[in-house]
Design a protein around this ligand. Sequence first.
Ligand SMILES: [Zn+2]
Length: 314
Amino acid sequence: MPRLADPDPPPDPPSLPFATAPYDRQAERRADPDWWDRLVEDPAARVLVVGDDVVATDGDRLRELTAPQAVRLADTAPDRTEAGVERMLLGADDDGPLAAISVPQMPEDLAPQPVRTVAMGLDALQGSLLVHALGLANWHRTHQFCARCGARSTAVDAGHRRQCPRCGTQHFPRTDPAVIMAITDTDDRLLLGHSPLWPDSRFSTLAGFVEPGESLEDAVRREVVEETGVVVGDVTYAASQPWPFPASLMLGFFGQAATTRIEVDGEEVSDARWFTREALSDATAAEQVGLPGPFSISRWLIERWHGGRLSGQW
Ligand SMILES: [Zn+2]
């Protein structure tokens, strides 16, 4: 008897960009005060260059400087003493050490490009290195002074900590947790919202920052009811994505709605709707609804729920 063919399964949703870094962070090497001097003697070392919202590029890839090039850049960068050059050890892969240098003004010959534009087209290694370097560089740029006594602090631990020379306080890099959630009802419809700041057709999963003293699960429930009036019951963790624009960690959840009546807050969310899979497929194919870009955890959550790729983006 011939075997009945299975219906074609939906295509797999894409993997989540920046979520799995294919290099070793080598935290044990950060305590070595001579790490930079050792690194620049290594001919296999590669050094990324990040600036204020820009990154050095080589076409559509990040430019990786050799050690002598990086030293020359560090020595010749303007404004070296105030909010100036920072050196950061990112780790190593099988090809050698990986580091980054942040400069206040990116030389034009390094072909600076906006980080958001470049980040979305990178492979897993370069994408992960960029969000690591960017998270540190953004923090150094905005945390030059001790929050306790106001003295200028100094970068230590290969760029992963700052130390106050006056009062001794240690300062660690900041990461702001934000929840982002795919909420479904008992009919497995997906709740998407629209911000008044977006083009009319754009819809996305709801999201918001976690408040002090709040669990991630409670942050999911609070944000959804604040923005749409929908009450959420069970909440399940899905995945996370570093998002250093400037300092977020996006924590993705699936949540089960206990109610379905929508009443938007009108400020952060001006429209919210329940979508069936078919309705969302049709609306995106007809370009009546635009979704977040394919690199975002929002898109990943939506396509996980849907069971495959959706067309179109905002
Ligand atoms: Zn201090």
